[in-house]
Design a protein around this ligand. Structure first.
Ligand code: PRX
Length: 668
């Protein structure tokens, strides 16, 4: 294979080898197709929707929407009147077309000896069984089912069995604490929980069932009864399972996955649902601290997930796709499940960490399975690039064709390591910018057509019209830096926040009326390339996990010693951002290691271990404006030890920042 050619402007054009087989094989072809997608989105998406099975075709307009609050409620509806079933399109259809023998998933556990695989036929049978189990347990169309599981084939079976019967899955990331799980189950009005006994992250045991049991108790105490908890025995294959604590079990609620599945029929009719029927809810952090239940619907999400999977990864049937993302996040939903299966992909899923048993795990896995397309997060890459290069080079990466990145900006140094060391200058890096709410990438290169610039997510995906606006909402033309908005609807856009449409409107559409606001700042260069700068709302992005400052602050405030608290992010060499907290103690309390540990434990219990602060700074006061609002912008300066404070005229106590800078220097 020929290397990519680097031209003098630092662009990395697609190599001949990649272009030869690419769906979109030149920049011109992309530009033409992009133009068509925005000039006539209906015709564009209608054509792409044809290969899917629609029990009934749309009866009204293919697209209706309103992004303008002055004209009334915000809404987006694609293919109204059409009926379909997403599970049918993902699995049954392929089996009926003679592809039942094709491998759907290779599963690899934390322990390298833990392996499983399942064909499309096997998946169909398991989904039918699970759907029948759900029905027996009283789940009907429209009911919500919580799934708190590690990345396993069984979690996917649970998700798709919901889709099969028109129930709505609510996957809750298996790193969340009992309180966070309970909060989400109550908010979603979940009727049933599917979980696992536990899993391992390296040698660390994650007691999922104990956490789930606590969460169910908390739900009950809050008056929300969940009658059934189906528990998958994940630990059975683990070599580390010898010393795990007893798994709590309550016969009146708990049912073993293996038992209920064994007696269920493997035939289950699909439920035909409207294109706009909800498919799933996925919680993401919100700036008030209360998680937002992002709701995606069936037809549009299916169409968008399949389309981005096909084009962003230039997917071909002989590919083997490996996305290291957890099923508990949107990346896992769109790429490990919906996009992958819609395209009939064979996919590797991984319930482990990149550094266990050693830092060669990803590369060993890629070599063993002969992965062609590897998609991961900058945090993981940064962790691995600290290690000796031999962890990578002792395995062959010859099977790799494409590399992808998601979740955070990928800095040029990380980009180059990924490109040069992992991809041997052969594989384009597909830096995909997107969000839980967008359903799939909205800005990303296409392998065969987009010249790459390290650190830039490059150009908009088909059907997406991004714009940069200034603080007043005025659109900037050409080069510029400001707030990233999207001007038009696309099939994968979230339709609402579950139970709170008003919050949906005020979060995404009110800031810049007429546009969907991403919450991110971005720069557009002279070539029209987008460079994502990062969140401009009260959100932190730690190792690709979005957290809100309010969520962390409300946890800090639970400690009896804490009078006031503020959380901000600081640049972190591996995690991208880390959390720094400033706390003001109540009178007579003295900060010490015991308080620090107790505060960290509260955060761990309320949110999860991934939200525990990197550093806690006890300070005499917080910088505030007259109305009492904390100036987090200045706290960020303190964390960065940057004395160039900008305009501080609204600060009530002008001396406080000097004091904080001095205090944190001492600490450093
Ligand atoms: O700030 C952006 C960052 O992650 C946010 C969305 O987080 P979440 O909804 O959890 O979804 C993450 C996985 C799709 C965005 O607002 N982000 C995501 N991808 C990128 C990114 N920032 C820069 N470059 C990216 N490729």
């Amino acid at each position: 294979m020929k290397s990519l050619k680097t031209d003098l402007n630092g662009l990395y054009p697609p190599s001949d080898a990649v272009q030869q087989s690419a769906h979109i094989a030149s920049l011109d072809q992309y530009l033409k197709m992009y133009k068509a997608s925005i000039e006539d989105p209906i015709q564009f998406w209608e054509k792409l929707s044809k290969p899917f099975f629609w029990k009934q075709q749309p009866t009204g307009p293919f697209l209706r929407y309103n992004f303008d609050l002055k004209k009334g409620n915000i809404f987006t509806k694609w293919m109204e009147g059409a009926t379909t079933n997403v599970c049918y399109n993902l699995v049954d259809k392929h089996v009926e077309e003679g592809n039942g023998h094709r491998m759907a998933y290779y599963w690899e556990g934390n322990d390298p000896t833990e392996q499983k695989q399942i064909t499309y036929q096997g998946l169909l049978e398991a989904i039918c069984k699970c759907a029948n189990v759900l029905k027996t347990l009283g789940i009907q169309k429209g009911n919500r089912v919580a799934i708190y599981m590690p990345t396993t084939i069984e979690a996917i079976i649970a998700m798709l069995s919901c889709a099969r019967i028109g129930a709505i899955h609510v996957v809750i990331f298996a790193g969340f604490s009992a309180e966070a799980l309970a909060e989400r189950m109550i908010a979603a009005n979940a009727k049933l929980l599917v979980t696992a006994d536990g899993t391992f992250r390296g040698t660390k045991f994650i007691p999922l069932k104990s956490i789930a049991t606590q969460a169910l108790k908390q739900c009950k105490a809050a008056g929300h009864l969940i009658n059934h908890c189906v528990v998958f025995n994940r630990l059975q294959t683990s070599k580390l399972n010898k010393d795990v604590p007893d798994i709590p079990w309550d016969d009146s609620i708990d049912l073993a996955w293996e038992t209920v599945m064994a007696s269920a029929s493997d035939l289950c009719e699909v439920e035909w649902v409207d294109a706009e029927h909800p498919l799933f809810i996925l919680y993401t952090s919100g700036s008030t601290g209360k998680p937002k239940g992002v709701l995606h619907t069936s037809g549009g999400y299916l169409l968008y997930a399949a389309t981005v999977f096909k084009y962003a990864f230039d997917y071909h049937e002989e590919d083997l796709f490996f996305c290291s993302g957890d099923l508990g996040w949107i990346t896992g939903h769109t790429f490990n499940v919906y996009g992958a299966l819609a395209c009939k992909s064979s996919t590797v899923i991984f319930d482990g960490i990149p550094t266990y048993p050693d830092g060669g795990r990803f590369w060993e896995l890629i070599d063993r399975y002969q992965v062609t397309t590897f998609y991961t997060a900058p945090t993981a890459i940064r962790t691995l690039m600290q290690l000796d290069r031999s962890y990578v080079t002792k395995y062959s990466r010859a099977s790799l064709r494409l590399l992808g990145s998601v979740g955070e900006p990928i800095d040029p140094a990380t980009w180059h390591w990924f490109y040069e060391v992992v991809g041997e200058k052969r594989c384009p890096i597909i830096d995909t910018f997107w969000q839980t709410e967008t359903g799939g990438p909205i800005i990303c290169p296409l392998p065969g057509s987009t010249p790459l610039k390290p650190g830039s997510a490059t150009l908009p995906f088909f059907g997406i019209v991004p714009a940069i606006v200034d603080a007043d909402g005025v659109e900037m033309i050409g080069e510029g830096e400001g707030y990233l908005v999207i001007k038009n609807p696309w099939p994968g856009i979230a339709r609402t926040l579950d139970g709170n449409h008003q919050r949906f409107e005020s979060t995404y559409f009110e800031p810049y009326n007429g546009y969907y606001y991403t919450g991110d700042a971005a720069k557009r260069d002279a070539d029209g390339y987008f460079w994502i700068i990062g969140r401009r709302d009260d959100m932190l992005n730690v190792s690709g996990h979005l957290l809100s400052t309010a969520e962390i602050e409300s946890a800090l405030m639970q400690h009896p010693a804490v009078a006031e608290a503020a959380a901000v992010s600081a640049a972190h060499a591996i995690k991208g951002e880390s959390i720094h907290c400033f706390i003001v103690l109540k009178h007579r309390w003295k900060y010490d290691g015991i308080i620090e540990d107790a505060i960290k434990a509260i955060v761990r219990n309320k949110i999860g271990a991934f939200a525990v602060p990197e550093l806690i700074h006890p300070v005499p006061a917080l910088p505030k404006v007259a109305s009492g609002k904390i100036m987090r912008r200045l706290l960020k300066k303190v964390v960065q030890q940057d004395a160039d404070l900008g305009d501080t005229s609204t600060l009530v106590d002008q001396t406080i920042i000097e004091q904080l800078l001095a205090l944190t220097t001492k600490k450093g």
